[in-house]
Design a binder for this molecule. Structure first.
Ligand code: FAD
Length: 302
């Protein structure tokens, strides 16, 4: 696959990075060290997640504001509407507007009673992500990104019904979708075909989760409805107590996945960094991205 991308002379790949707000001082150090390492790769944006049920409201805001203040990066704030009134959510949106943050990743959020339990909209809240998108657009001229599920959201009756949900979010004003992570690229491309056939033309960024901890990734996958192929399980077999080898395997797996995406025409890739830089940095390097001191995006042909 690397050879193919070298020969096609495709345009450089744009990347974006997702972080989560740190819980303590040590995690804070890890996050900012990772941001420092990844920032010179000039991502098109970086996003900061919002804890389940809005539990990181202040920390998300503080992290996004610090990114805007201290780096040349374009930060995006994740925001969910679960378990909150419209007024509470609107207040968060207005605070971002006042702080000059103009990109929000708008999500419904998981039920506060736990993933897999029945979701109940707050009686005075936005019910679904599409309502939240519309609410955000009423408050300001934000760029709004939303989620997309190549293997459908676990609560959706079918993939077609799920794509209707995406369509509603686009009609409400979303201009970019980021997918749930997946491991089989064919799943993504089949989904993309269906999305385009439905008349949705916004960019659908593949969300890539570099897997270093296979057990943790499998747990995430079970919760989110993403399938874990048998070949992936086999690659990590017997390595539970061997983190060094796991890391090398992880790099190989992720490199294979992203180079195949690029060879098949993908130009924008979103990385779930889990606040760690090394693996993502190496994969970006493979994609031809090189650090830029002046913050001007640039890539070399690979
Ligand atoms: P929606 O797009 O609203 O859809 C969820 C389900 O609701 C659909 O499957 C459908 O069954 C139903 N539905 C939607 N609209 C309607 C309607 N009009 N009528 C009836 N039913 C409807 N979670 C966090 O807590 N914080 C984060 O920062 C966060 N970031 C994420 C980033 C990405 C890229 C992704 C993919 C997910 C993220 N999540 C986050 C997880 C997300 O909150 C959950 O997956 C949640 O269960 C669904 O949110 P959504 O915005 O995708 O929902």
């Amino acid at each position: 696959p690397l050879r193919a991308s070298r020969e096609t002379g495709r345009p450089p790949v744009s990347v974006s990075f997702e972080f989560f707000p740190p819980k303590n001082e040590e995690m804070e150090k890890t996050l900012w060290a990772s941001v420092g390492r990844l920032a010179p790769l000039s991502p098109s944006f970086v996003s900061v997640t919002y804890g389940a049920g809005g539990s990181t409201r202040e920390r998300t805001h503080a992290t996004v504001e610090r990114l805007a203040r201290e780096t040349a990066l374009s930060p995006a704030a994740h925001l969910t509407c679960v378990a909150a009134t419209r007024d509470e959510v609107d207040e968060v949106v207005r605070a971002y507007k006042a702080a000059g943050i103009n990109h929000i990743v708008a999500l419904r959020g998981d039920p506060v009673t736990g993933v897999g339990t029945r979701y109940e909209p707050h009686p005075d809240g936005y019910a679904f992500a599409s309502d939240l998108v519309a609410g955000i657009k009423r408050i300001g001229d934000f760029e709004v990104s939303v989620s997309a599920y190549p293997e459908k959201h676990p609560e959706s009756a079918s993939l077609d019904a799920d794509i209707d949900v995406l369509k509603a979010k686009v009609d409400a004003g979303a201009t970019r979708a980021i997918t749930q992570f997946f491991f089989e690229n064919d799943v993504y491309f089949r989904y993309l075909d269906k999305v385009r056939a439905r008349g949705i033309d916004i960019p659908i960024l593949p969300g890539i989760l570099p897997v270093t901890n296979f057990k943790q990734a499998s747990n995430f996958a079970t919760r989110t409805g993403a399938s874990v192929p048998a070949w992936l399980l086999r690659r990590f077999e017997g390595l539970d107590d061997d983190p060094e080898t796991r890391k090398l395997i992880a790099a190989a797996v992720a490199a294979e996945q992203v180079t195949d995406l690029v060879d098949r025409g993908v130009t924008d890739i979103h990385f779930y960094t889990l606040n760690r830089a090394d693996l993502v940095y190496a994969i970006c390097h493979l994609l031809g991205l090189r650090p830029q001191a002046d913050g001007v995006p640039q890539a070399v042909a690979v």
